[in-house]
Write a protein that binds this ligand. Structure first.
Ligand SMILES: Nc1ncnc2c1ncn2[C@@H]1O[C@H](COP(=O)(O)OP(=O)(O)OP(=O)(O)O)[C@@H](O)[C@H]1O
Length: 374
C-alpha cells in the first residue's frame, strides 16, 4: 500500500512533512485507495487549524463513500443523545453501505468553557478499517470516542462538526455500538447463554428465534469463541474464560445488531500481548468482512497489534500530533528529528517522544512552522 499519503516530502527544501491537496477539486466518482491516500493528512501539535482546502478534500472522500447510502436527516451535531429513535430504523443503516465519520475542528470543553479537553481535532474513520486513537493518559482519547459516539456527558460542550457520510446527521439507532473497558458479563452464564440471551433481548421482534440464534452463533464464530461456547464466563471466585476471551464475549454482544460503526474504548486493556492480538485481529477481520468502521482507543499496543490499524490519530493534551496512515507515522517522526530506533516498537517510540521529549517536539515543530503552508 502506498504510504505517501499523509506526508509529502516536497523537493523544494521542504523537510517538513505537510499535507498537500490532491489535484482534483471535484468529488471523486469512485472511492479507491488513491482517493483515501490523497486526503490522508499529517498534522502538527499546536498548528493553526486547517484551511478550507482540507475540508474540501475530506468532504470529497465522504462523498465518494456515501453513494447509495440511506440517509436519516437528523441533526447530529446539536443533540448528543441517540435515544429518541425510530424503531423502524433498527438495523436499517446496517443493511446499506458503510458509515464514514469525519470530524472537523472538534472542540470539547467543560465547566462552561473553562476547561478545554479537545481542541480543534480533525480526522476521519472509514468503513472496513480500524482507526487507532493513541496518546498519553489523560490526552482525551475517551472524550474523542464519546464525542464521535454522541455520548459526551451533559456537562461537556461540543463545537465543530461531526459528519456521518458527509452530512450533519444523527446515527440511526442500531448503527453504532460502543464497547467499554469493563466486561459487565454475568459470570455464571456460559458464552452461548450470554450471547443467546443478549440476542433475544437486543434483536428486533421481526426476527424469528431461529434467526436470532443463528446470528448469535455467527458472532461467536467471528470472535473465535466456538471452542468455548459451553465454558462459564467466570469471575474472581469461579474459574472461567481468560481476560481476552471475556473481552471477545463483550464485543460479540455489541456486534449482534451488526453495527456499521464500532467504538472500542481500550479493547486490549489488561490483556497480555498475545490476547490483545487475538482480540484486535478478530476486530480487524470483522471490520474488513462487514465493512464496519472501527474507532478504538489503544494503550501501548505491541508491534503486531499496531500493524493491524490503518490510520493513527495521535493525541497529546487534547490536540492532534499526527493523523494519517500508520505506515507514514515513522516518516513523520523521522522528518521532525525523532527517528524510531531500530528494534523499538514504533508505537512505544511515538508515545515516549510525546511524553518525554514533548518540549523538544514543540520547539522542533515550531521551528519548522514557517515552512508549513496549509
Ligand atoms: N466531564 C469532565 N469534567 C472535567 N474534566 C474532564 C471531564 N471529562 C474528562 N475530563 C478531563 O479531560 C482529560 C481527558 O480525559 P479522557 O478520559 O478523555 O482521557 P484519556 O486519554 O481517555 O485518558 P486515559 O488513557 O487515562 O483513559 C482528563 O484530564 C480528564 O480529567
Amino acid at each position: 500500500m502506498d504510504s505517501e499519503g499523509a506526508i509529502n516530502n516536497n523537493n523544494n527544501n521542504n523537510k517538513v512533512p505537510r499535507w498537500t491537496p490532491s489535484p482534483t477539486r471535484s468529488p471523486p466518482q469512485k472511492s479507491s485507495d488513491e482517493d483515501r491516500e490523497a486526503v490522508a493528512l499529517a498534522t502538527f501539535p499546536f498548528s493553526d487549524h486547517q484551511e478550507p482546502t482540507m475540508e474540501t478534500e475530506m468532504e470529497a472522500v465522504v462523498l465518494a463513500r456515501k453513494e447509495d447510502h440511506h440517509h436519516h436527516h437528523h441533526d447530529y451535531s446539536n443533540n448528543n443523545d441517540y435515544a429518541d429513535h425510530d424503531d423502524d430504523d433498527q438495523l436499517g443503516a446496517a443493511a446499506d453501505g458503510g458509515v464514514s465519520v469525519t470530524w472537523k475542528d472538534l472542540c470539547v470543553t467543560v465547566g462552561g468553557g473553562q476547561l478545554t479537553i479537545l481542541e480543534g481535532l480533525t480526522g476521519y474513520a472509514e468503513p472496513g478499517e480500524v482507526l487507532a486513537i493513541m496518546g498519553p493518559s489523560g490526552c482525551g482519547k475517551s472524550t474523542l470516542l464519546d464525542a464521535l459516539a454522541g455520548r459526551l456527558s451533559s456537562t461537556a460542550q461540543q463545537r465543530g462538526d461531526i459528519l456521518i457520510n458527509g452530512r450533519k446527521e444523527r446515527l440511526a439507532y442500531g448503527t453504532s455500538a460502543y464497547v467499554t473497558q469493563d466486561d459487565t458479563l454475568m459470570t455464571t452464564l456460559t458464552v452461548k447463554e450470554a450471547v443467546y440471551y443478549s440476542a433475544q433481548l437486543q434483536l428486533p421482534d421481526s426476527m424469528s428465534i431461529a434467526e436470532k440464534k443463528k446470528r448469535a452463533e455467527m458472532v461467536i464464530k467471528e470472535m473465535g469463541l466456538q471452542d468455548s461456547v459451553n465454558t462459564r464466563i467466570g469471575g474472581w471466585a469461579v474459574k472461567g474464560l481468560s481476560g481476552g476471551q471475556k473481552r471477545r464475549v463483550s464485543i460479540c454482544i455489541e456486534v449482534l445488531r451488526r453495527p456499521k460503526l464500532l467504538f472500542l474504548d481500550e479493547p486490549t486493556s489488561g490483556l497480555d500481548s498475545a490476547a490483545s492480538y487475538h482480540v484486535m485481529s478478530r476486530i480487524l477481520k470483522l471490520a474488513r468482512n462487514d465493512g464496519i468502521t472501527v474507532v478504538a482507543s489503544v494503550h501501548q499496543p505491541s508491534s503486531e497489534v499496531f500493524e493491524l490499524f490503518r490510520n493513527l490519530c495521535l493525541l497529546s493534551s487534547g490536540r492532534t500530533v499526527y493523523f494519517g496512515p500508520i505506515a507514514s507515522a515513522e516518516q513523520f517522526f523521522t522528518s521532525n528529528g525523532f527517528p524510531c530506533p531500530t528494534l523499538r516498537n514504533p508505537s512505544d517510540h511515538y508515545l515516549r517522544t510525546i511524553n518525554k521529549d514533548f518540549d523538544q517536539v514543540i520547539i522542533s515543530l515550531i521551528s519548522c512552522t514557517p515552512a508549513l503552508k496549509w
